[in-house]
Design a protein around this ligand. Sequence first.
Ligand SMILES: Nc1ncnc2c1ncn2[C@@H]1O[C@H](COP(=O)(O)OP(=O)(O)OP(=O)(O)O)[C@@H](O)[C@H]1O
Ligand SMILES: [Mg+2]
Length: 853
Amino acid sequence: RIATRARACLGSTDSPSGARAPKEASMAQFEKRSLVWVPHAEDVMAPATVMEDFSAGQTGKVLTEDGEERILTPKESQQCLEADTEVLDSNVDNLIHLRDLNEHAILHNLRIRYKEDKIYTSVSSILISVNPFKLLPLYTPEVIDDYREGIRGKPPHVFGIAWAAHTQMLSDNINQSVIVSGESGAGKSEAAKLMLQFIAEVSNKAAKVSGKAAVTSNLEQQLLQANPIMESFGNAKTLRNNNSSRFGKLISINFDGTGSIRGGSIIEYLLEKSRIVFQTQGERNYHIFYQLLAGGEANLSLKSHLGLDLPETFHYLDQSGVTVIDGVNDEKEFEDISNAMDVLNFGEEEKTEIFSIVAATLHLGNVGFDVVVNTTSEDGSKVSNEDVSARAAQLLQVDNQRLCTVLTSRNIGNRTKILVAYGIAEAANARDAIAKSIYARLFSRIIKRINVTLATAGPTEDHMINVLDIFGFESFETNSFEQLCINYCNEKLQFHFNEHIFRLEQEVYAAEGVHVPDTDFKDNQPTLDLLESKTGIFRSIDDEISVPQGSDDTFLSKLKAQYTNKHPNFAVPKPRQCKDAISCFGVVHYAGTVFYNVTDFLEKNRDSLHPDIMGMLRQSGSDFIKAMYPDESGEPGEKTGRVRRRQGKKAVKTLGGQFRASLESLMKTLNSTFPHFVRCMKPNDQKIGNKFMSQMMLDQLRYAGLLEVCRIRKLGFPVRRGFEEFFKRYRPLYPAAKNFDDILFHLTHDEDNKLKPGQWAKGHSKMFMKNEQAAELDQAREEAFIAVARKCQRIIRGFIWRTKYRIWRNTLTLLAQAKQDRKLEALEHWLLMSEELPHKGAHLPLVKQSRAL
Ligand SMILES: Nc1ncnc2c1ncn2[C@@H]1O[C@H](COP(=O)(O)OP(=O)(O)OP(=O)(O)O)[C@@H](O)[C@H]1O
Ligand SMILES: [Mg+2]
């Protein structure tokens, strides 16, 4: 009835399942005292109690949850939906338990829980985490201890996910992945850090038990300290997050069979390079720049060695009007980073090399250019402040004249040098390209260096947990190549999510002959084809690079010719749909349509420095820089991307190609592990506590595919176990059972009827269960275990006491003998032994008399 009314009231809007409402059913009735969803300016839809009967489309009178009477206009009442009173209960912490499962109920549940600081809510096994933007007592050592003991009966928590991953890794012998997603500022990195912290604690306990505490503790520290280093070099203040990760990362942790950490590794994805040379108003460059400068103020020799000064004196830090972050002390952070580098075994020299490159980037940014007037050809340029370029050259250990030459000209000759002069704009571009390249490669080098330390424990890949913290879906006013890459990544992850949650589910049901209602889901394979197929967008950009005279415009017109009206996920924007529509194409993503502006697409995808510059850097006096620029022979350190060879032409590695390759590898990793999903949500865009912006949250629920999950999960059987596995798992309930059929017989025929009708299904090789059913069986199994454990304890205790008793009886017999024989030495010995007796034997006359003697 609720479903019918829901559809009726939605009128022409799509229902959550995508079904359209029948028009004639739009006369829903709402009875006095019943609960209804009413349109609400802030909450989108809010529950209210009907004060007098009304029909949809008529004026209605309701009492809101705040106790206010409200008159609904006919238009408003048309949108009303009947609600279930359970939506008022903030204790429902798993959304699939809501009977009234629609988007308003889900949103309201999250809203009322958020108001009570219950920021974690489950959707089956997926965890939703709503950023509280304030410190909550949710991560104290007591809470860690509590979740370390297990999660049964405990509220959803990010520690619960970490516990489940760690426990399943050991018990099921399958590697695990935790995929943390959400938009910028939603709390992904904090969640990832908390999980690492929890895993380190669990590992620590396991190591103590197995006597390897010393080695493991060092590794745990190194793993935890890797984070501040990565954040310093890869995070920045943005408008949306004061500590925004401008790269994606996959942290893999290796464990031994006892569950203690044996090593780890980190893979980074797509550091945002444009930030190194330019930041929009109110944003900052990467933290390390400000930290290093602040560190220099406290360490004058560092300051003079690197030529440090105030942030405002550097062009790359002085364009956005912001150099400090409220509540952040860059000087202290610098100290912490430096210490973290020590923990990760960075040597002093290595640290100096790294800071020199950071400083060199800043000096390079201050290099200016003057016009050199040329009467016969276009004007050229020259460096206007060679003292500044000299400082950069010195720190990069390259020749200043050579640096000035590659900044202002390029060689087009093969054997003989033919220099083509740059105008000042081109020179500034060359300067920025060098800065972006050296910083990005420095970042990669640091991660590689961290990996070397984390790998020292040896290649024990027995067990592994991966934690993926990667950029969420992005859609701005103007979107460029970076957004295309990020959204492509999100499509891949969405596909993996779909695969896991929906598609595999359907296939397994079909293969096992289990009937569940049809659960169609939004398959994003067509979008992926558009992006990554042989004729897809990424390949088209690659191809355009090798076409003589190929440009952003030629790429766009070819793309339009190929896909307009031919692919359902390709869109050509109308002028009012986006800025500079003429330069844009659109992709219909699972989360919505995004229009991409092709300006600089080719250049960004080419992502290469001019050979003159590469040559200069490869001949740097610094081994560190040389290692950042290995030659094309593919020395260690070179990224592997798609290498395109065409009729003997030189190999080209494009950014898109490299990114595609790294995503393929990521997907391979994820597909070979058991996934856990943490969906982070940002409740407001002001980064403040206690503010829940409903429309914003609703959009995120949809982006995260959670509305679909709720619907589909509830229809199916989320838990499944092979017959043999089922038999082994639940045998403790019936120790005499010989096989799966025996167990099933007991479970379905015994009086307590542990398998409930409709809660399970038997396939050809697997048992399927609803979550509640599986939880009930597991609970019974745990109780059976406890009973066995108690029996073991009884037997062991009995054995211990019997053994002790025999020793005591022997002591007393021999004491009595010594007393009788009046042998002093024997008497003393057995009196000493009698100290082991209960109450030291003081209550026994024999002992008393012997002592007196
Ligand atoms: N569990 C939490 N408790 C308290 N504050 C939190 C929590 N999670 C996140 N925050 C706050 O939100 C901020 C942003 O979180 P975080 O950096 O994890 O976002 P993100 O999703 O990684 O964003 P980005 O994609 O920009 O890196 C944190 O700096 C912190 O102030
Ligand atoms: Mg982050």
